[in-house]
Design a protein around this ligand. Structure first.
Ligand SMILES: NS(=O)(=O)c1ccc(NCc2ccco2)cc1
Ligand SMILES: [Zn+2]
Length: 262
C-alpha cells in the first residue's frame, strides 16, 4: 500500500489495513456481529431524537471508497441526541456500504446474517470538540447511526440519490446536492442497539458510539444496482473498477457490551 492508500481489494483490503493502521487490531473495532439475545436491555437507555428538520445538504461526492452526501455542520441545525449520548452530535455526512450483485454488503451483521447494504449517518460532538477531525480522534467524539437496507420494493425517496449517481461515477467527482433531508431514509421504528466502536475504514479511530436501528429500510435490487455503476477509480486511471463490496467484515467483540433500547 503506497503511502496510506487503502481499498477493498485483495492486496489493500481490510486484512491488510493493520499494516498502516495498527489500531485495526484494537479493542473497540467496528463493525461487529450483533447477537440480539445477548444484548442488554437497559432501562436507562432512552429514545434517540433526530432533529434534521433544518438540515442543509451541500453536495454528493465519490471519494473512491463510497458515495457521500455532506451537510453544513457549522451550527447545531441538524443533530442526533438522546439514547446513549450525553451531548447533541452534529450531522456531517452520510454514505453507504454495499455488496456485489446478489451478495450482501452490510458491515454489521445480526445473528451472523448480513443485509444487502448499510447506510451510515455520521455525527460529531461539537460541544466538546472544535472540529470533526479532533472529534474523530476522541473516544466520545463521533456518533454514527447505522441503518440496514434490505431488498424488496422500490424505496420511494432513494431515487433522489440514485438519480445523482451518474454525476459522481469517478473517484474525486462531486456535484451540488441541496435540499435533501435524510429523514426520508429512516424506517418507522427508532428502536436500536448501541455499543462503543470505531470508524470502519482507515484511519479506524476508536471514536464512535454506534447506534444501529433494528428495523431495515426496503430498497429494490434495481436501486441498489445503481450504486454498482460507481467506480473506485478516477477518470484519469485506465483501470475501471466497479465500486462494490466496500464493506469491512465483523471484528472481535473483545468483551464489549451491546445494549438494546426498550
Ligand atoms: N464507515 S464509518 O461511518 O465508520 C466512517 C465515517 C467517517 C469516516 N471518516 C474518515 C476520517 C475521519 C477522520 C479523518 O478521516 C470514516 C469511516
Ligand atoms: Zn460507513
Amino acid at each position: 500500500m503506497t503511502g496510506h492508500h487503502w481499498g477493498y481489494g485483495k492486496e489493500d483490503g481490510p486484512s491488510a489495513w493493520h499494516k498502516n493502521y495498527p489500531v485495526a487490531q484494537g479493542n473497540r473495532q467496528s463493525p461487529i456481529d450483533i447477537i440480539p439475545e445477548e444484548a442488554t436491555r437497559d432501562r436507562d437507555l432512552g429514545p434517540i431524537f433526530l432533529d434534521y428538520d433544518r438540515c442543509t445538504s451541500i453536495n454528493i461526492a465519490n471519494n473512491g471508497h463510497s458515495v457521500v452526501v455532506e451537510f453544513v455542520d457549522s451550527d447545531d441545525r441538524s443533530v442526533i441526541r438522546g439514547g446513549p449520548l450525553d451531548n447533541p452530535y452534529r450531522l456531517k455526512q452520510f454514505h453507504f456500504h454495499w455488496g456485489g450483485k446478489g451478495h450482501d454488503g452490510s458491515e454489521h451483521t445480526v445473528g451472523g446474517i448480513g443485509y444487502a447494504s448499510e447506510l451510515h449517518l455520521v455525527h460529531w460532538n461539537a460541544v466538546k470538540y472544535r472540529s470533526f477531525g479532533d472529534a474523530a480522534e476522541a473516544p466520545d467524539g463521533l456518533a454514527v447511526l447505522g441503518i440496514f437496507l434490505e431488498t424488496g420494493d422500490d424505496h420511494r425517496w432513494l431515487h433522489m440519490i440514485t438519480d445523482a449517481l451518474f454525476m459522481v461515477k469517478y473517484k474525486g467527482s462531486d456535484t451540488d446536492f441541496k435540499g435533501f433531508n435524510p429523514k426520508c431514509l429512516l424506517p418507522s421504528s427508532l428502536h436500536y442497539w448501541t455499543y462503543l466502536g470505531s470508524l470502519t475504514t482507515p484511519p479506524l479511530h476508536e471514536s464512535v458510539t454506534w447506534i444501529l436501528l433494528k428495523e431495515p429500510i426496503i430498497v429494490s435490487d434495481k436501486q441498489l444496482g445503481m450504486f454498482r455503476m460507481l467506480l473506485f477509480n478516477g477518470e484519469d486511471e485506465d483501470e475501471r473498477k466497479r465500486m462494490e463490496n466496500n464493506f469491512r467484515p465483523p471484528q472481535p467483540l473483545k468483551g464489549r457490551e451491546v445494549r438494546s433500547s426498550n
